[in-house]
Design a binder for this molecule. Structure first.
Ligand SMILES: Nc1ncnc2c1ncn2[C@@H]1O[C@H](COP(=O)(O)OP(=O)(O)OP(=O)(O)O)[C@@H](O)[C@H]1O
Length: 449
């Protein structure tokens, strides 16, 4: 199976589109695993120049879904083959990419949480995952396997934790090179400060998980895109990870120790700066000179540094413990840590030939649209660089690519799929062509690995 698979999904015409002509489309199987897609404007639309009327992709598509295909059909082709990998502890990510209103949320999350065949990929996969874990869990087992859920959205330069009332979080690279999503610093009743991590809700049944997802998604921001006014104007990320309670407790302990380190580290920095600034004075030409009346109190600096080192060692011990807990459980359950990451990308905005959006967006909404396009471009560059085996992959160019970094880094152990959602309406021809060109580039690069 290629490392990065690209699928195309044609959605049905909406009532507003049904009176318009349909894009002519052909799918050709090019080899055992890949197909190409050709599109052309209906013949009555012959005013356009030739290069805007038809286009054919390369052999870049692993699968193409017809208008009549249900979410269940998409699940069977996209998710069913990678579920066994997740149950081996591997990581898989799935994106929906397409123009606003093309069916990304319908595909990834779904709008009907009750009908099994209509569940979006995320819930349909979660259902199978929970079933598989229940089969692995022995009756009355003390530390059963479950699914840890994180849901957040990325908007501009921040993440918003949808399982914590949409609270703002920051995407940062730590000194260890890892990417962290952390909330604001909060003061606890006992005077301790705590940097709130993004919330992981442990779910032990499909019903729990579905409830958490629906609760979280209520906090997702919608707004006006160039197509409709209930558009998802953020990238939603849903992470499902195979966990146990013991593992989550060990992780909480790491966060606790890290929180304790924060004020100690800050105090050590403050003391250092205070000592250094007392040891210099301003001279008459505006520069700095040593202060003859003050000697840096090195013993004071050393004392706070020693305290900081002590707290750093507590963090290290907690991390070591977490890793031991992980290894012990993974010794019996190879699936531990297996991860699925679903990304419902915000709708790419296609601006018409005159450069303007089709609807009356405010200046702020237009700016959001531009921001979304910048993120999508950054994602394309990352996928391209990764597929070409570049030494430098531009993960830092947007928060979207930063948070996806851990899921993209270990390419041997990770599988990705991108679903291009497209409308067959002739009025959406340019947007559809745009989406297919993006996916063609990604698919061609991914399958060349
Ligand atoms: N394959 C499909 N079958 C049936 N209905 C669909 C399909 N795809 C999309 N729809 C319907 O089309 C509408 C728009 O779809 P959706 O909200 O998923 O678009 P989107 O790409 O997520 O848009 P945006 O990026 O603006 O949020 C919804 O009412 C959805 O139910």
């Amino acid at each position: 199976m290629p490392n990065f698979r690209v699928f195309t999904r044609w959605r049905g015409l909406t009532p507003a589109e049904s009176s318009q002509g349909e894009i002519k489309r052909e799918h050709n199987r090019e080899n055992a695993t890949l197909s190409s897609v050709s599109i052309a404007m209906p013949s009555q639309c012959n005013k356009l120049p030739a290069q805007m009327k038809e286009w054919t992709s390369g052999s870049s598509m692993t699968g193409i879904f017809k208008m009549s295909d249900s979410n269940k059909t998409v699940f069977d082709a996209v998710m069913a083959p990678i579920l066994p990998q997740v149950l081996q502890g591997k990581s898989c990510n799935v994106f929906a990419y397409g123009h606003s209103g093309s069916g990304k949320t319908h595909t990834i999350i779904g709008y009907n949480y009750e009908a099994i065949d209509d569940l979006g990929l995320c819930l349909a996969t979660a259902r199978q995952l929970v079933d598989a874990l229940n089969r692995l869990n022995e009756p009355n087992k003390r530390d059963p396997l479950g699914v840890g859920v994180r849901i957040y959205e990325l908007r501009r330069n921040s993440a918003y934790d949808l399982l914590n009332d949409g609270g703002e979080c920051f995407v940062r690279e730590g000194p260890d090179g890892q990417v962290y999503i952390r909330g604001k610093t909060e003061m606890l009743e006992n005077g301790k400060v705590r940097v709130k991590p993004i919330v992981t809700k442990a779910c032990w049944s499909f019903e729990d998980l579905s409830r958490e997802l629906q609760k979280g998604l209520k906090f997702r921001a919608t707004g006006m895109s160039s197509v409709h006014d209930q558009s998802s104007r953020t990238h939603a990320v849903i992470e499902l990870e195979i966990v146990t309670k013991t593992l989550l407790v060990a992780r909480d302990a790491v966060i606790e120790r890290e929180s304790e380190l924060v004020p100690i580290g800050k105090y050590a920095t403050d003391v250092y700066i205070e000592e250094q600034s007392r040891a210099v004075i301003r001279n008459s030409d505006g520069g700095y000179a040593p202060n003859p009346e003050y000697q840096v109190d090195q013993a004071r600096i050393d004392a706070v540094e020693a305290k900081k080192a002590e707290f750093e060692s507590f963090v290290e011990s907690a991390k070591e413990h977490e890793s031991q807990v992980f290894d012990t459980i993974a010794g019996t359950h190879a699936c531990l840590g297996g991860k699925l990451v679903f990304v419902d990308l915000a709708g790419s905005e296609y601006y018409n030939d005159k450069g303007g959006p089709k609807m009356n967006q405010s200046a702020q909404e237009k700016q959001v649209g531009r921001h979304i396009n910048t993120d999508l471009l950054a994602l394309k560059e990352v996928i391209r660089a990764r597929a070409q085996g570049s030494a430098r992959i531009p993960f830092r160019s947007s928060p979207l690519t930063m948070v996806l970094r851990p899921h993209f880094q270990n390419s041997e152990d990770s599988h990705s799929a991108m679903i291009l959602t497209v409308s067959p309406a002739s009025s959406e021809f340019a947007a559809t062509m745009n989406t297919l060109k993006y996916g063609n580039m990604v698919g061609a690069a991914g399958s060349s690995k």
